[in-house]
Ligand binder design. Sequence first.
Ligand code: GAR
Length: 194
Amino acid sequence: MRKRVAVLISGRGSNMMALVEAAKDPKYPAEIVLVLSNVPDAAGLDFARANGIATEVVDHRTFGKDRAGFEQELQRMLLAHRIEIVCLAGFMRILTADFVGQWQGRMLNIHPALLPQFKGLHTHRRALEAKVKQHGATVHFVVPEMDSGPIVAQEAVEVRPDDTEQTLAARVLDVEHRIYPLALKLLAEGRVFP
Ligand code: GAR
């Protein structure tokens, strides 16, 4: 049985698209059955609808400071769709330890840097400022601490002398679209553990 996967997004959704494309192969061990966004007009939602995938919106703004209420609604949606694996893909909300605990070993995140380097935001700008020779992307199990957790897949790109934030981001994004489908495959096949 293919694993039932939800992809959580907040915007463009290009990593979600890469997962959807990979899962079109009937031999792929997971199917993307739900795309969930905390942003009602996230561009990625249109792609999901056009591909016949169920979409849900849980707008964090309607919950104000009630983080538990927001997460209860997320969890309700995930259970309603009988989700087995959650992929965070540009989902820009920090999740509490309670929520993360409910998905321990079953939730992945992609981060645009070679973790443990450059946790947090603006990773490409910070990589250029730090003058690192290599940068990249990482897929990891989600743990309560942000951008931490056991690494499932990681790939480096070279940083070129003439790189801008945009050119570097584009090179890293290519890597993201390759390693996220690979990491999800490994998890869905039970070949990686937190
Ligand atoms: C991706 O580069 C992803 O790695 C990053 O946001 C972008 C989302 O793009 N995630 C983070 O920075 C999480 N801390 P996408 O919506 O096109 O997949």
